[in-house]
Design a protein around this ligand. Structure first.
Ligand code: NAG
Ligand code: NAG
Ligand code: NAG
Ligand code: NAG
Ligand code: NAG
Ligand code: NAG
Ligand code: NAG
Ligand code: NAG
Ligand code: NAG
Ligand code: NAG
Ligand code: NAG
Ligand code: NAG
Length: 713
């Protein structure tokens, strides 16, 4: 492996060599002699019984897993990655070839500012055993990520030696705009599983927002109808009517599941409810709270506004299993009112909400950087509110905040992504900036707010920078993308950024050498929607011959046999009668793929192929066009398949586009039409998976044969 041989090597003496483990992030390490621990020989994972029930009380979550809990998840992951299945052993019977998980302290368990951190761990690796010593169970958990990564990169083993690894910052992760675009709980959990493999600990979830940054161009009637969402759904009468869209919401049960599943892998969900700007959903609920003329802003001078926001928070604070919550407080700007007038009421709002949330829940509060403190203001924002900086036109993190003893999380917009299109922002993370973003030379780090001007950056050891959160926004709404495209946008760059958020030393060429290998092995997720296959043909159903007791043989060699209760016709095809189906053991195939089939349909408005992430249909009731459905939206071709004649069809997923072609004709692309602030439209590509779980059903009548899925396009 090129990345491994490229160790940064400094000889200390004949048998000890400083050789950081190349991984994502890198791990400080000193190798001893030339030995390896072989994971395939592991006899047991042993938890120090003194700490089995210990939890990390210093992290962001209120539901920290115990060391035993983390050990069980590690055990599953080790099996997934090495194929080695071993039990959790007993301490007093610790055999050779064990992985020992324990806690202790070590003078090097410190962050970039030199403070003790519960997320640090020490690795001691001999040929006989491995000991992971965490500052807390969370530290042990990150240590197990290192073991798994090295098992992938070092062919099932890890070099002997030892190392102490501590994150430089305690806030490392992502922000996802789930206000303007819904994401189901299963997707959010899978994302936590993924980010956790890169040692990120934060998933900031934006739970309310609206489309259009310029609602004031519309009439009041129209403003009251614009897309605005509040994603939490409670039956508490205090918030009745706030959320009118039950099917794209999180109930308490959903939110509990998301939070506990993320916490199980060391990731804390930080919820955000946005006000007093981006608050159209609240004005639609209580129009009397809106600022006249621009109703996505709340009128803080209305004496009912703060109490209503307190009511919302009072309802949902008990749902939140984090020590900190985010109250938004972003972009409170109005063309009619002066900045100063707005700042005064804004500060009143933030301080009131901060006092309220602290007093009823003990939680602390984050806001987006908006109105920095000024010497002549009487109500500057309390210094115990953490500022999340995003743009220099809002604030200067050092001069406005850090020099006045405020803590500032770095979410500067040079790492902002906006789905599919933006006049200002990228759709992919800038890898050059990640590896070379320090204006003084070297890589980006959480203290780099400004990649061009070092004067705007605090020192690396500043105690006022909790860390970095990379944001992904959905400015153009619900139909811009599938759920998985949120992952696609981060896939290639986020792990590299995670190395920098931790304080790792990965070089760009090392990243390029190891990323795909680690990505393919990352446990608890299959966001690429890959399907193991012996050859490039993944699935092949002939359907021309009688099937045996409803079993449809897969001729690809992969044995992905299907089940059907449809019948084979005399014309050598499978006959779909409207109710019968052909089900496969597969769900979805991500890019790249070609799914081909011969089809003779006799009705419209029916599904052809259905999977958990997408569906291919012949019409939807109002249109007979061929269309894909994903994330609840229809993406139609300007094309209708003929009825009662055979067509040879192909669905193609190539890169970030999806195509359909018939009888070898021109490839037609499924696209989406984005409305940009109600001003103009943009057509954008859609990356949709091949739907594979069910063929037919739902009223589909017609014949089919020769269903073939290959892994290229
Ligand atoms: C840990 O917790 C489990 C379950 O609550 C309990 O059975 C066990 O006795 C505890 N172990 C220790 C060492 O406290
Ligand atoms: C390590 O030190 C920290 C900070 O002093 C303390 O909170 C923690 O309990 C110690 N952990 C162990 C395992 O001794
Ligand atoms: C781990 O292996 C080392 C070296 O063989 C040995 O000294 C140590 O006692 C072992 N630790 C445990 C807990 O078995
Ligand atoms: C505070 O001082 C600045 C700079 O002199 C001035 O522009 C602003 O109007 C003052 N703000 C208030 C609330 O008085
Ligand atoms: C789609 O892929 C092309 C080619 O790789 C790339 O140029 C383009 O930026 C991508 N579009 C999006 C929205 O990611
Ligand atoms: C990425 O960042 C580098 C360094 O700041 C810059 O030169 C380059 O233009 C950026 N690339 C894109 C596509 O924005
Ligand atoms: C760099 O930042 C400092 C402090 O904000 C500012 O005074 C200076 O003008 C900036 N330099 C450049 C070249 O923009
Ligand atoms: C995510 O991880 C949890 C805990 O290991 C696991 O139960 C769940 O199945 C994983 N999710 C996926 C999609 O694999
Ligand atoms: C096939 O199975 C489906 C689902 O179990 C059922 O709804 C349907 O009636 C069955 N159709 C036939 C023709 O057996
Ligand atoms: C059916 O699809 C068409 C074409 O995309 C779309 O305009 C229409 O809104 C859809 N109707 C329903 C009920 O989803
Ligand atoms: C759809 O296709 C028809 C026939 O090919 C063509 O006349 C029409 O202009 C197309 N419509 C759009 C919106 O592209
Ligand atoms: C998919 O196809 C595109 C276009 O041919 C290519 O650039 C890309 O590397 C392929 N991706 C995979 C995962 O094979």
């Amino acid at each position: 492996m090129a990345g491994i041989t490229a160790w940064l090597t400094i000889s200390l003496c004949c048998s000890l060599t400083v050789a950081d483990l190349v991984g994502i992030p890198t791990v400080p390490f000193v190798t001893s002699a030339a030995g390896h621990y072989d994971f395939h020989q592991t006899q047991s994972i042993v938890v120090d019984p003194r700490y089995g029930n210990a939890t990390d009380t210093n992290g962001w979550t209120l539901i920290p897993p115990t060391l035993n809990d983390f050990a069980r998840t590690f055990q599953e992951d080790l099996t997934h990655i090495t194929g080695r299945s071993c039990g959790l052993g007993h301490w007093h019977e610790t055999k050779a070839l064990s992985i020992i998980l324990t806690l202790d302290n070590c003078s090097d368990f410190v962050d970039a500012a030199g403070r003790w951190t519960s997320e640090a761990y020490r690795l001691d690796i001999t040929e006989n055993n491995i000991t992971v010593t965490g500052a807390s169970p969370l530290g042990v958990w990150w240590g197990t990520r290192t073991l798994l990564q090295q098992a992938v990169l070092q062919n099932g083993s890890i070099s002997t030696g030892s190392g102490v690894d501590s994150p430089g910052w305690n806030t490392r992760g992502v922000f996802l705009d789930a206000g303007r675009h819904y994401y189901p709980p299963s997707f959010l959990v899978e994302m936590c599983n993924w980010t956790s493999f890169w040692k990120q600990n934060t998933f900031h979830l934006h739970l309310s927002d609206n489309l259009y940054n310029n609602v004031d161009i519309y009439s009041l009637e129209r403003q009251l109808e614009l897309y605005a969402r509040f994603r939490l759904l409670s039956d508490d009468p205090a918030v009745a009517g706030l959320n009118k869209y039950a099917n794209e919401s999180y109930t308490l049960q959903d939110f509990d599941h998301i939070q506990s599943a993320c916490a199980a892998r060391g990731v804390t969900v930080i919820p955000e409810i946005e006000a007093p700007g981006h608050a159209l959903v609240i004005s639609q609920w209580k129009p009397e709270l809106a600022l006249e003329g621009q109703i996505d802003l709340l009128n803080i001078s209305n004496p009912d506004t703060i109490p209503q926001m307190e009511t919302i928070w009072k309802t949902f604070l008990p749902w939140f299993q984090s020590k900190v919550v985010h109250i938004g407080a972003d972009e409170y700007v109005d063309s009619q009112l002066s900045k100063n007038a707005l700042a005064v009421v804004y500060n009143t709002f933030v301080n009131a909400m901060n006092d309220f949330i602290r007093s009823v829940s003990g939680k602390s509060v984050r806001i987006w950087g908006t109105f920095p403190p000024q010497a002549n203001y009487t109500n500057n924002i309390s210094k115990d509110v953490t500022i999340q900086h995003w743009e220099f036109f809002e604030d200067n993190p050092v001069f406005d905040y850090i020099n006045n003893q405020y803590s500032v999380i770095n979410s500067d917009d040079h790492f902002y992504l906006v789905q599919k299109y933006s006049g200002s922002y990228a759709q992919q993370l800038n890898k050059t900036l990640i590896f070379h973003g320090n204006p003084l030379g070297g890589a980006f780090a959480p203290n780099i707010f400004d990649p061009n001007n070092a004067t705007n950056n605090p020192p690396r050891d500043s105690p006022y920078v909790p860390g970095h959160i990379a944001a992904q926004w959905n400015d153009y709404g619900y139909n811009t993308s599938t759920y998985l495209e949120a992952y696609d946008a981060w896939r290639n760059g986020l792990p590299a950024l995670a190395d920098k958020q931790w304080g790792g030393k990965l070089k760009e060429e090392q990243y390029d050498a190891i990323f795909e290998k680690l990505q393919a092995a990352a446990p608890g997720q299959n966001l690429d929607r890959t399907i193991p296959s012996k050859s490039s043909t993944i699935l092949k159903y002939d359907l021309t011959k009688d099937c045996d007791n409803g079993i449809v043989q897969d001729l690809s060699g992969n044995n992905y046999n299907g089940h059907t209760n449809c019948t084979t016709t005399a014309k050598s095809s499978l006959l779909f009668d409207g109710t019968c189906t052909l089900t496969t053991p597969l769900t979805s195939k991500g890019k790249n793929y070609t799914l081909s089939f011969s089809l003779n349909p006799s009705v419209y408005n029916v599904p052809l192929f259905t999977g958990p992430d997408s569906q291919l249909r012949l019409g939807n009731g109002t249109s007979t066009q061929v269309m894909m459905i994903s994330a609840g939206n229809a993406f139609a071709l300007n094309y209708t398949l003929p009825l009662n004649s055979w067509s040879q069809a192909t669905l193609i997923g190539r890169g970030n586009q999806t195509f359909f072609s018939v009888d070898g004709g021109k490839e037609m692309e499924f696209t989406t039409k984005l409305g940009v602030n109600g001003e103009f439209f943009i057509w954008a590509n859609m990356a949709m998976t091949a739907p594979l779980q069910t063929i037919g059903g739902g009223g589909f009548e017609g014949e089919m044969r020769e269903v073939v899925l290959v892994d290229h396009a």
